[in-house]
Design a protein around this ligand. Structure first.
Ligand SMILES: Nc1ncnc2c1ncn2[C@@H]1O[C@H](COP(=O)(O)OP(=O)(O)OP(=O)(O)O)[C@@H](O)[C@H]1O
Length: 325
């Protein structure tokens, strides 16, 4: 039904955009491939129905703010224009090729470390731009990272979907943002929030690309906190025991991105200077497995006090029924 209605609305815009096919769908809208009648350019049109008008208005507001940036220089999707038709919204973007999630599903191969390097670099550029205007994306995930042309321009990657983006000053302790696999510890704990939540989410995404699996597969927040603690044990170990310098550089950056304390977490500008992003010589083999490295307890010892406070806070908040997954 929803798809039928979206089809109709996008067809109403036919005088300016000729509908070709459905490109993708998300929680808020259907995205169609269209041709602009004036320029013949292929564009992507996202339809957001009237029941989600508020989200559409937020997304348009965020996208207008982002228009101050050169989208190509800043790895952001180019937003062309929008149209409101009886509270239904049509948002026109440059047409991109494929999101990373779909690529992984279609190619059924894990990404090489050099490909992860490119994605990391491009997303850090995007996050640097967002941070400069104190905007939090709030939904960094594989589906929201897209190649402009995966085959021809594998180094050209864009961040999409600003539907739940917010200004840092609008964030309040206890706000729930991000999907659970990418949710930052400060969100889980109801602590003060900042742009650093996006860095954490990026860390979760690139780590999941590296291990070719969701980093935190837990389905409830307490289990996720436990996962975070376990994972920190693993990445600490890999950085000290692995002899593979590319992996070491990757893990070293990952550790700084997945820093539990958001105040100490590396910023996008700092991360862009990290040696992992300047590496040029990658081995031809596929990703080296983090789990090869045996556990070293040092980091777990370091963060034991944190584990205790995490468990305390989580139980306290669960008893208040605030932080249900
Ligand atoms: N500019 C674009 N070019 C091509 N395909 C796109 C474009 N924008 C979005 N898509 C496709 O449509 C999908 C959904 O888009 P988007 O994430 O903007 O919708 P959403 O409803 O906000 O999704 P979510 O459920 O993540 O909130 C994307 O994952 C992608 O596959």
């Amino acid at each position: 039904n929803c798809e039928g209605k979206c089809d109709k609305i996008v067809t109403v815009w036919i005088c300016v955009n000729v509908l070709k096919k459905l490109l993708g769908r998300g929680a808020f809208g259907y995205v169609y491939l269209c041709t602009r009648s004036d320029t013949e350019e292929m564009v992507a049109v996202k339809t957001i129905l009237e029941e989600d008008t508020e989200f559409a208005e937020d997304e348009v507001r965020n996208l207008k703010k982002l228009q101050q940036f050169d989208p190509d220089q800043n790895c952001l999707v180019r937003f062309n224009r929008y149209q409101e038709i009886q509270k239904n919204y049509l948002l026109e973007f440059e047409k991109l090729d494929m999101n990373v999630q779909d690529f992984l599903e279609q190619s059924s191969r894990p990404l090489h470390l050099s490909e992860i390097q490119v994605i990391t670099q491009q997303m850090l550029v995007a996050l640097k731009a967002l941070k400069s205007i104190q905007m939090v994306h709030g939904d960094i995930k594989l589906d929201n990272i897209m190649w402009r042309n995966q085959q021809l321009e594998p180094r050209n990657i864009k961040l999409i979907d600003f539907g739940v983006a917010q200004d840092v000053c609008e964030l309040r302790c206890g706000d729930i943002l991000q999907l659970l696999p990418q949710r930052a510890p400060e969100v889980l704990l109801g602590l003060p929030l900042s742009e650093a939540v996006d860095m954490w989410a990026l860390g979760s995404v690139i780590a999941s690309l590296y291990i070719n699996n969701e980093l935190y597969s837990s389905t409830c927040e307490l289990a996720k906190l436990d996962d975070i603690v376990q994972f920190h044990g693993n990445i600490s170990t890999s950085s000290t025991t692995s002899g593979k310098s590319n992996t070491q550089a990757f893990v070293s950056l990952l550790k700084q991105i997945l820093e539990v304390d958001p105040r100490k977490r590396i910023s996008p500008s700092e991360a862009l200077l990290h040696p992992f992003l300047t590496l040029t010589n990658f081995p031809s083999d596929l990703t080296e497995d983090l789990s090869d490295n045996k556990a070293a307890a040092s980091i777990i010892e370091e963060i034991k006090p944190l584990i205790k406070s995490v468990i305390f806070l989580t139980f306290r908040s669960q008893s208040k029924n605030q932080y249900l997954s």
